[in-house]
Design a protein around this ligand. Structure first.
Ligand SMILES: Cc1cc2nc3c(=O)[nH]c(=O)nc-3n(C[C@H](O)[C@H](O)[C@H](O)COP(=O)(O)OP(=O)(O)OC[C@H]3O[C@@H](n4cnc5c(N)ncnc54)[C@H](O)[C@@H]3O)c2cc1C
Length: 399
């Protein structure tokens, strides 16, 4: 490779401009490092993508809710752009649909079964347990099957059975000065856009390859090669595996067994008056072709309602998805004011990945390389940000 001599080497290049990459970049830049973020798409955000069919109405195609327990995220956001753009989400519940009617999750809970199980399982260590194993013992088999399995699948947008229980809900301190649940002006994507304030970010720049040099790394893009001392890979697990192949084949081999899951998302906007479902945060799909249907109701709008249906992959074609959405909403397809589609991708995590994350950390501890992303600490935005901030601090401590 020929180094692009016009561009001085960066202290740190971050590949991937999702929440993991931007949090890491922000933390390192705050410490005075020269940081460059390279993002393949023409927008930042990755799994955080807000569709904006009307100027004052954004519908989330991926992540929809952030919490005041996402401390690392809020620290970096505050440092970049302040917290005035946060929009509190109004209270609204999740429901099942049964015979065309919304049904509260509590109706599916057997309190007797809960009482018979909880006292014997509450102190059980969840470090090595899968979600299925841990919550069956805690709530009873019936409660797990009727209620928790579909509810957790709705949270994770994939079957939750093998997901690590320790990574599902982590207890973290809450920042009491911010709303408990929030979105952002212009949708959550507005939040990641705000996080780029003062950062050097190149969108539309897919990284094609990476090589090691005497002084660090050389990163190859379609328009040239960029040198850096430290490198952070904040890309999805399969992309990270590919980029690591030439420079750290043993790390690449360890990551190669992380499968990716597709989620086929179809989002619609309808007139408020057209839909008779009550105000809701979302629907939980049980025996349905979708994991969840996330509503925009917690950020109420006088004229419109928006819904993102996260479909199981490879089940329905586009026409069948539209028909399924119309049926659940109780409208005809002519009632759709706007429609869009996206394929989301997430790692399919299992209990074994907790040990893998520990192994990766032991391997990279002294390397000028950080691996961050939703496959190493849990899927949530808060888990991604927490790891990214920690890894930025480790890299900076190296030199
Ligand atoms: C449907 C859905 C709903 C969700 N809901 C929530 C929620 O409500 N709350 C919550 O906390 N979490 C939620 N999540 C999870 C959360 O959104 C993600 O896990 C998190 O945003 C992942 O961030 P990341 O930066 O690690 O990865 P990503 O968002 O995947 O970002 C990786 C980035 O790398 C870029 N990239 C890829 N290849 C290259 C390359 N070669 N060169 C340069 N760049 C590259 C990609 O374009 C992308 O921007 C949801 C996820 C989905 C899919």
């Amino acid at each position: 490779m020929n180094a692009n001599t016009l561009i001085p080497p960066s202290d740190l290049i971050v590949i991937g401009g999702g929440v993991s990459g931007l949090t890491l970049a922000s933390r390192a830049a705050r410490a005075g490092r020269a940081v460059l973020v390279l993002e393949a798409e023409n927008r930042v955000g990755g799994c955080i993508e807000s569709w904006r069919p009307m100027p004052d109405f954004a519908v989330e195609l991926g992540a929809h809710t952030a919490y005041n327990s996402y401390g690392a995220l809020l620290t970096e956001l505050e440092a970049r752009a302040g917290l005035t753009g946060l929009l509190p989400r109004e209270k609204a519940g999740y429901f099942f649909i049964e015979n065309g009617q919304t049904v509260s999750p509590v109706k599916r809970l057997s309190f007797l079964s809960l009482l018979l199980h909880l006292p014997f399982a509450i102190l059980r260590d969840k470090t090595r347990a899968s979600v299925g194993d841990y919550y069956r013992r805690l709530f009873g088999v019936g409660n797990y099957q009727r209620l928790l399995a579909p509810a957790f699948a709705a949270v994770l947008s994939q079957p939750a059975e093998d997901y690590p229980a320790a990574w599902l809900f982590r207890k973290k301190p809450r920042i009491k000065t911010t709303p408990r649940k929030y979105s952002y002006m212009g949708g959550l994507q507005g939040m990641v856009e705000a996080m780029t304030t003062g950062l050097s970010v190149r969108t539309g720049t897919p990284v094609l390859g990476v090589v090691r040099t005497d002084t660090g790394f050389m990163v190859k893009t379609a328009t040239g090669e960029l040198a850096c001392r430290h490198l952070a890979l904040a890309t999805p697990a399969d992309v990270t595996t590919r980029l690591l192949g030439d420079i750290y084949p043993d790390l690449a081999a360890a990551l190669a067994n992380i499968e990716m899951a597709n989620i086929e998302t179809l989002a619609v906007v309808v007139r408020r008056a057209a839909v008779h479902l009550p105000k809701l945060a979302g629907l939980i799909g049980d025996g349905a072709p979708y994991f969840s249907a996330v509503s925009r109701d917690p950020l109420a709008h006088p004229d419109w309602r928006g819904f993102s249906f996260h479909f199981r992959p490879d089940l329905l074609d586009a026409a069948q998805k539209r028909a399924a959405v119309a049926q659940v909403l109780g409208v005809s397809e002519e009632a759709f004011i706007a429609v869009t589609e996206k394929t989301n991708r997430l790692p399919r995590l299992t209990v074994d990945h907790v040990a893998l994350a520990t192994q990766i950390d032991a391997h990279t501890r002294h390397l000028p390389l950080a691996l961050v992303g939703n496959y190493l600490n849990g899927l949530s935005i808060g888990d991604c940000a927490e790891r990214a901030q920690r890894e930025a601090e480790r890299l900076m401590a190296l030199s």
